[in-house]
Design a protein around this ligand. Structure first.
Ligand code: HEM
Length: 411
């Protein structure tokens, strides 16, 4: 739903839940970009204890914030519009996505070698095998849900392989990650946010502690072992830093690629012309992947906190205020893209879905791109006549931008 055109701009609350029921409020963001590109929301209605926040909506604005980590901190106040309400700030700060340099850079460097495009390309056969195996399980079915039956088991097994987890645990980890990231959505989590804090976060810690103990005894070459045995400035990471490092990789790995694949499939299934272009020429799939990342960034936003009084695009920002970078808006900035709301598989655009190039630029870009390419190739080759046969529904969230269900017929 979009807010009434008449709502005075200063009364708009960008995180108002009703705006996000059918996905991101693209009309509202278009209005903000043109009338008030750095906009103040005085509160988050569903989290009344949280402070208000600045919304940065243009590509230039997002880039400026992203690149200036000294003015816009990831550590001071949290990484999403909600500082402390779902994951306590102390735990956010134990993930390197919630740290500032120099510690951030040192921990990220532990993983960077394993995530280069070349190292990731070594996993192509293994990832394709996982895609085929998941699609094999849909053979003979008339219908399936692309979210639950294809995307989820695929991403869970890929990241599970990287982390060294047994396939039998994929469902458990996927449930935990979905619960925590979709904590606000009553369909995902009918029992409310506090249950996530009291039940699911402790379960992550409990399960992870067992993995950590095991890797201490029996070092392996998976990413869980990298965390357990990492030394930063001559010291091992603390237990909660290992758990949260594991959580960060699992959450990013489980969620984001799934979201983009499903949004891409929905866009293709709703626009037969674009689908035909890809079916005729699958070499355009990498370009379609970039277009899907642009139009449907898996994370609607990330957030920083101002470390000092400053000015952004002519707007004064005070020390301690929240600054939210809306990728769902900057990626449709009409000063960068012609016809930005049109899904065009030939566009091959640059975009900010992985961040805008700052210190926290996504670690998993090469993996995500490869996963998306392979899963789209395999899906289109196997089911060229797939059709949507139910109502696609979104996770209602101003943070994760993803479908909760995408029912299709496979015949
Ligand atoms: C479509 C897929 C993906 C999208 C759209 C995406 C997007 C993002 C974004 C927007 C950020 C934050 C950028 C910022 O704050 O400046 C980020 C950070 C991160 N992503 Fe991804 N991501 C994806 C896939 C993955 C995958 C598969 C992994 C690997 C396991 C991953 C691991 C990470 C990590 C570890 C960070 C934190 C980096 C840091 O703080 O330096 N991501 N991602």
């Amino acid at each position: 739903m979009q807010p009434e055109e008449e709502t005075p701009i200063e009364d708009v609350l960008v995180m108002e839940e009703s705006l996000w029921v059918d996905g991101p409020p693209v009309d509202l963001f278009r209005r903000l970009r043109s009338e008030c590109p750095v906009h103040w929301s005085r509160e988050i209605p569903i989290l009344p204890e949280e402070d208000g926040f600045w919304s940065v909506t243009t590509a230039d604005g997002v880039k400026e914030v992203s690149l200036d980590w000294k003015t816009y901190s990831s550590e001071l106040g949290g990484i999403t519009a909600a500082s402390d309400s779902v994951i306590p700030l102390e735990l956010t700060r134990a993930m390197f996505i919630g740290m500032d340099p120099p510690k951030h850079d040192r921990i990220k460097a532990l993983f960077q070698r394993g995530f280069t495009p070349k190292r990731i390309a070594d996993h192509e056969d293994e990832i394709r095998e996982i895609a085929r195996d998941v699609l094999d399980r849909t053979e003979g079915l008339d219908h399936c849900d692309l979210v639950d039956d294809v995307a989820q088991p695929f991403v869970a097994r890929v990241i599970g392989t990287f982390m060294g987890l047994p396939p039998g645990d994929d469902v458990i980890w996927a449930r935990l990650m979905n619960m925590i990231l979709g904590a606000n959505d009553p369909d995902v989590n009918p029992e409310g946010i506090s249950t996530v804090m009291e039940r699911d976060v402790p379960e992550v810690f409990e399960r992870c502690s067992k993995l950590i103990a095991d890797r201490r005894e029996n070092p392996t070459d998976d990413l869980t072992s990298v965390l357990v045995h990492a030394e930063v400035d001559g010291e091992r990471l603390q237990e909660h830093e290992i758990v949260m490092g594991f959580f960060l990789l699992m959450a990013a790995g489980n969620d984001s690629t799934k979201a983009t694949y499903c949004s891409a499939m929905q866009a293709l299934l709703e626009d037969r012309e674009q689908m035909e272009i890809l079916l005729d020429d699958p070499s355009l799939i990498p370009s379609a992947v970039e277009e899907a990342l642009r139009m449907f960034p898996a994370f609607a936003h990330f957030r920083r906190t101002a470390t000092k009084d400053t000015e952004l695009q002519g707007q004064k920002i005070r020390q301690g205020e929240k600054v939210v970078m809306w990728y769902v808006s900057s990626n449709r900035d009409e000063t960068r893209y012609e016809n930005p709301d049109h899904f065009d598989v030939k566009r091959n655009p640059e975009h900010q879905a992985f961040g805008a190039g700052g210190r926290h630029y996504c670690l998993g870009t090469a993996l995500a791109r490869l996963e998306l390419k392979i899963l789209l190739e395999e899906t289109l080759a196997r089911y060229p006549d797939m059709k949507i046969d139910g109502e696609p529904k979104y996770v209602v969230s101003g943070f994760v931008n993803q479908l909760r269900t995408l029912p299709v017929s496979l015949a």
